[in-house]
Design a protein around this ligand. Structure first.
Ligand SMILES: Nc1nc2c(c(=O)[nH]1)N[C@H]1C(S)=C(S)[C@@H](COP(=O)(O)OP(=O)(O)OC[C@H]3O[C@@H](n4cnc5c(=O)[nH]c(N)nc54)[C@H](O)[C@@H]3O)O[C@H]1N2
Ligand SMILES: Nc1nc2c(c(=O)[nH]1)N[C@H]1C(S)=C(S)[C@@H](COP(=O)(O)OP(=O)(O)OC[C@H]3O[C@@H](n4cnc5c(=O)[nH]c(N)nc54)[C@H](O)[C@@H]3O)O[C@H]1N2
Ligand SMILES: [Mo]
Length: 683
């Protein structure tokens, strides 16, 4: 290697369990290699296929280079403009709308998970600094599960995976880490090698299931019924942990009463299992302890997703599998996000200006734009978000967007959403900016330092927020309270409190330049067994859930009629070589995934007269797509799985509220995996 390269530290800021720490190698101002950072105690110097291909992303020929304006919107008639022009156009519109409506409510921000860094909260901070604005609030990833954890445990913690080798049983329940969390596999396989039994429960015989000792093919949505069957068996055969239950749980008497009156036969039918499978699971959970549960995000994107997670929490509790090394229910955590969030705290100096946000339901954004008319949204700022491929209700969304006066999108590429905007601004990547990123899964945090100068005229979100704030304040003093005089590094200074430094055992965040740090949390979640619920115990019976018109118990039989028009469930499982809509434009992706395909069981294909590799029609009341069908014995008979993703698939999706989400994320989740469809052979 050329001796003149410099090495810089980075962290992948994508919405992903692994949040990998990376090293960038730069020669003569050009990034030439990206590798894993061996100092990261969770990812241990490894990246994923996407991470190793970051050079293709950074220097992609389609990357946005300059601010661009499209007149009229959707015409494809793009003109390059200067940053001054872009900022002027936006500032003028903000002022005009303020004068017209006497508030900033006609400004809306829709941001999601393109970049999870703390400095990427700059645009939210900028909006806060103007006063009360409209904001997409809610979450498509994990909303039901987060509420489920809140009801049962009170907070959100995960155990450090280095301790998984203490587990004798590992249950991977609706999670496919071989695809979505590859760095966890060495821990899981290591524990397996030492004798732990790995059980995967999924409607699809996934790559993870193939590496497990036991695979339970469950019917989608029936996790509550499966948990109920196991719990009933445990209760009837005295397999429960009476001591743990009496000391650390609330509601056992009520739960046993409920189980007594629930039908085992019906539960077995709904989840598609035999009593022998139930007996096996009940015995393994109560006798081969500790048992470590990992429940994924995909399995809670159903209308009963939150309750299904609660059902699993309850199973862990009644078998005494909480709070000790190698046990627990892992889902996601927020305990390492100890930032001060000062970046969000700018407030207008003018005390007459109202502050806060007018929430627009993130998962029902199309409707919300139409519903909120007092005043209507007129300027929409989109950042870290591919609204037009990742949302439901796309057609209505497009109509709602037509009503807006200005749509600004900040991105790396001219995405479907950017192409629907008036102004597109080029964003820097993590190799061109400062930032700090925590994970929602493991306990490590890492830094991004600039390795190369911004690509062409791209700018960081923070820089854009500062420019806009400055421009508005030139128009009228104190129009915007977002700080214009702090450097990126000073913004980072403000994010670290003494408590955070203590938790990281460092004096200054610049020490992160020497390597990522683990936040000093207990390695075992709920080690203290001091739950943050009203009863102080793990709640098998939740009055808080009951107060929200939910069943106080998570375990439940399904109560629904199947639609005969659209009888098949299409699961939108996340894939190994992309993150949502990202990375699909890389050559390496296109080579591996040349064409979207739908996988269906040969028995179902036969029934429908569908040949393998033929094109079929996939449809529901929202629309249709043509897609290639492939046979797969890995999928449950009435379930379909799409892979690689079809760019138009979200046209079939509406907003189907999940049962939970609003307590923690401000809105119910979207039951994206309750997508009922039909299929027909073509010609
Ligand atoms: N490589 C890669 N990594 C990613 C992502 C990505 O797109 N690609 N996306 C990131 C994001 S944004 C997220 S939210 C996470 C998602 O990460 P995961 O939670 O792993 O998500 P999914 O792939 O949606 O679902 C996991 C599994 O749940 C199963 N499942 C679906 N419905 C049910 C059910 O009713 N019961 C049971 N038991 N199982 C069910 C599916 O068949 C699937 O195998 O991954 C993150 N990591
Ligand atoms: N069909 C279908 N729909 C889904 C899902 C699914 O599995 N299937 N999953 C749902 C889930 S779990 C999620 S998390 C959402 C994801 O929804 P989004 O967060 O909207 O999805 P991404 O594709 O990750 O898009 C983020 C956008 O941010 C851009 N971006 C990346 N880095 C930066 C940056 O530094 N700055 C800026 N300004 N932009 C950046 C990317 O180029 C991309 O266009 O989708 C949901 N919708
Ligand atoms: Mo997600």
């Amino acid at each position: 290697m050329d001796k003149t390269y410099t090495i810089t530290r980075h962290i992948c800021p994508r919405n992903c369990y692994s949040s990998c720490s990376m090293l960038g190698y730069t020669v003569n101002g050009r990034l030439t290699k990206v590798s894993g950072d061996p100092k990261h105690g969770y990812t241990n110097g490894l990246l994923c296929a996407k991470g190793y291909n970051y050079l293709q992303h950074v220097y992609h020929p389609d990357r946005l280079k300059y601010p661009m304006r499209q007149v009229p919107r959707g015409s494809g008639n793009w003109q390059r403009i200067s940053w001054t022009q872009a900022i002027d156009l936006i500032a003028e519109k903000i002022i005009e709308l303020y004068q017209h409506y006497d508030s900033h409510l006609s400004l809306a921000l829709n941001k999601y998970s393109g970049n999870m860094g703390i400095l990427h909260h700059a645009m939210e901070g900028f909006f806060n600094g103007l006063g009360k604005t409209s904001r997409a609030i809610g979450n498509p990833c994990w909303a039901p599960g987060m509420d489920a954890l809140y009801y049962d445990f009170g907070e959100h913690h995960t155990s450090d995976m280095v301790d998984i080798h203490h587990a004798k049983t590992i249950i991977l329940w609706g999670i496919n880490p071989v695809w979505t969390s590859i760095h966890s596999m060495p821990y899981i396989l290591g524990a397996k090698q030492r004798g732990a039994k790995v059980i995967t429960i999924d409607p699809v015989y996934t790559e993870t299931a193939k590496k497990s000792d036991t695979y339970i093919q469950i019917k989608p949505r029936s996790d509550g019924a499966l948990a109920l069957a196991i719990a009933k068996y445990i209760f009837e055969h005295d397999l429960y942990d009476a001591d743990f239950i009496s000391r650390h749980t609330h509601g056992w008497t009520e739960l046993t009463e409920y189980l007594r009156h629930s039908s085992m036969e019906e539960a077995l039918k709904q989840c598609g299992q035999t009593i022998e499978a139930i007996q096996y699971l009940a015995e393994v959970l109560s006798k081969n302890k500790p048992a470590y549960f990992w429940v994924g995000f995909g399995m809670q994107r159903h209308q009963n997703g939150g309750q299904n997670i609660r059902a699993i929490n309850a199973l862990a509790a009644i078998t005494g599998n909480l709070g000790r090394k190698g046990s627990g229910v892992q889902f996601g955590q927020r305990a390492t996000w100890k930032f001060s969030y000062n970046i969000l705290k700018a407030e207008p100096k003018d005390k007459k200006r109202s502050t806060g946000v007018r929430p627009l339901d993130f998962n029902d954004f199309a409707n919300e734009l139409q519903k909120q008319q007092n005043p209507p949204v007129k300027l929409l700022w989109i950042t870290s978000r591919n609204l037009l491929t990742q949302s439901g209700n796309i057609e209505q969304l497009k109509q709602s967007l037509q009503e807006l006066e200005l749509i600004v999108t900040l991105d790396h590429f001219l995405t479907e959403t950017a192409a629907f905007s008036d102004l597109v601004l080029p964003a820097t990547t993590q190799f061109e900016e400062w930032d700090v990123v925590a994970s929602y899964w493991h306990h490590w945090i890492s830094i991004n330092q600039p390795a190369i100068s911004p690509y062409y005229e791209s700018k960081s979100e923070l820089e854009i927020a500062r420019m806009l704030s400055k421009r508005l304040n030139e128009y009228e003093q104190n129009f915007s309270a977002f700080p214009t005089d702090l450097t990126d590094e000073e913004f980072i200074d403000q994010e670290f409190t003494d408590e955070f430094y203590q938790a990281l055992q460092i004096q200054n965040w610049r020490e992160l330049l020497n390597g990522p740090r683990r936040v000093n949390l207990p390695k075992t979640a709920w080690e203290s067994l001091d739950f943050k619920t009203p009863s102080g115990k793990m709640e098998l019976f939740s009055t808080r859930a009951e107060n929200e018109q939910l069943s106080p118990f998570g375990m439940a039989l399904l109560n629904e009629q199947k639609t005969s028009k659209y009888p098949y469930l299409l699961l939108l499982n996340h894939e190994p070589f992309r993150i949502n809509s990202q990375f699909q434009n890389l050559n390496s992706y296109k080579q591996i995934n040349p064409e979207p395909c739908i996988y269906l069981h040969p028995a179902l294909a036969m029934e429908k007269g569908i040949q393998s590799n033929s094109l079929i029609k996939l449809f529901n009341s929202h629309g249709q797509v043509t897609i290639r069908a492939k046979y797969s014995e890995d999928v449950e008979n009435h379930t379909l799985v799409i892979h690689p993703n079809h760019p138009l698939i979200n046209q079939l999706i509406d907003f189907i509220p999940a049962d939970m989400g609003k307590m923690v994320t401000g809105g119910n989740g979207n039951a994206l995996n309750d997508l009922y469809v039909n299929i027909e052979k073509l010609t």
